[in-house]
Design a protein around this ligand. Structure first.
Ligand code: PMP
Length: 418
């Protein structure tokens, strides 16, 4: 019986459900870069929990640490109490991530989700500056809570929310807007009193827009944006919820541009094992919170602290994962170059282990994902009209698994476009 005909999902679960429609089966177990459904069919994962599983499913190193922690009656729910698990995480974050990069950041635990991190970042920026406006970019995505939606330039994600968009400016990326005067509009609007643009508290940006269609900001543009913000006393927030934790190669996605944001949001893969966790990092002079001023019941997910700590120590004490990610990314680029050469109306972009295949005819992207599913590969669409196939395998995927998935992707594009 197929899921479409069936059962409690259709009868009871809201119509809002999404992935179960693209991938109409019932999944049961998962390991590394593979999921298995209850019929025993295996699917290769080029989706990685929407970026929450950079280290793969049930990563054995993290699983061992989690089992040991639970077996020893470790704290599971800790609000923002001081715990041994949190102390270890903070020490490892400092020693493996912050200190080697010279980052003088304070750390806030805002709650379990990326949206929680974005909300806290926006609130802090407004509180510290005493200003309200936040500039954001076309196609941006920052989460589904109402504050986060107010800075989400992606109209498809905002639909029905009823919150006014704060301010949106075009974000340039390869293939969209020429180089050179990309921040011109923003400068003009900031300088022109008749523009109606109040001096903003912050600018929020993804260095690669994940949900927006794998739009890769250029390093020079990010540097100019950071300079512009600094010169005018506007805080720069980099939302690294999806692109952080090594997705683009380095631990933080902004490192390639040589910028230091004032505020950084992390979630998804920071918990390491797919366990909910988020962080807000900010320059220490911005730490103007009063005790308890921002809170949330689930901001102390200690099992996630355990897996986060082990993931940082295991994968970020040296640059092996970064180098492997960049090498695998180059392999993806080579495979996708063949598609671009063969099929007009198809273009690609990406960095590290996030790549997009964009179709001039948006309906083709969804068809490619369907063909891929039929051939045992999970891959999803992104972009404002779902015109991009987004490749997001776990960073730990083996080379032969990567090749296998790429063969399916190239074959699916060939079938749909040929
Ligand atoms: N920011 C970015 C850049 C994201 O990609 C996402 C999730 N796709 C979020 C924020 C929101 O995270 P969450 O779904 O955990 O609230």
């Amino acid at each position: 019986m197929s899921v479409a005909e069936s059962t409690v999902f259709e009868a009871l679960e809201s119509n809002v459900r999404g992935y179960c429609r693209s991938w109409p089966t019932v999944f049961d177990t998962a390991s590394g870069a593979w999921l298995r459904d209850e019929q025993g069919r295996d699917y290769l994962d080029f989706f990685a929990g929407a970026g929450a599983l950079n280290y793969g499913h049930n990563n054995p190193v993290l699983k061992r640490a989690l089992i040991d922690y639970l077996a020893g009656d470790g704290i599971t729910h800790g609000l923002d109490m001081s715990t041994v698990a949190k102390r270890r995480l903070l020490e490892t974050l400092r020693d493996t991530v912050l200190a080697p990069r010279g980052l003088d950041y304070k750390v806030q635990f805002p709650g379990p989700t990326g949206a929680n991190a974005v909300e806290a970042a926006l609130k802090l920026a407004r509180k510290v500056t005493g200003r309200q406006a936040v500039l954001n970019f076309t196609n941006a995505f920052h989460g589904m809570s109402l504050g986060a939606l107010s800075v989400t330039g992606n109209a498809a994600k905002r639909a029905g929310a009823g919150v006014p968009l704060v301010h949106v400016t075009p974000m340039p990326y390869d293939g969209y807007l020429g180089a050179g005067d990309e921040l011109h509009w923003m400068r003009r609007a900031l300088d022109d009193p008749s523009s109606g643009l109040d001096k903003p508290a912050a600018v929020i940006v993804e260095t690669v827009q994940g949900e927006g269609g794998v739009n890769v900001a250029r390093a020079q543009w990010l540097r100019e944006l950071a300079d512009l913000c600094q010169a005018r006393g506007i805080l720069l927030i980099v939302d690294d919820v999806q692109m952080g934790c090594g997705r683009t190669g380095p631990f933080f996605s902004f490192e390639f541009a040589g910028i230091t944001p004032d505020i950084v949001t992390l979630s998804k893969s920071i918990g390491g094992y797919g366990l909910p966790m988020a962080l807000v990092l900010f320059k220490s002079e911005l730490d103007q919170w009063a005790p308890g001023e921002h809170n949330g019941t689930f901001r102390g997910n200690n099992p996630a602290f355990v897996t986060a700590e082990v993931a940082l120590r295991h994968y970020w004490s040296d640059d092996a994962l970064e180098r492997a990610t960049l090498a695998k990314g180059a392999r993806i680029e080579a495979a996708l170059a063949r598609i671009v050469a063969e099929f007009p109306g198809v273009s690609t972009r990406g960095r590290g282990l996030v790549h997009g295949i964009a179709f001039e005819d948006p309906s083709l992207a969804g068809k490619v994902c369907q063909v891929a599913f039929d051939r045992g590969l999970l891959v999803e669409t992104s972009g404002s009209v779902d015109e991009v196939v987004k490749l997001l395998p776990p960073l730990t995927i083996a080379e032969d698994e990567l090749e296998r998935g790429l063969t399916v992707v190239v074959g699916a594009v060939g079938e749909v476009c040929g």
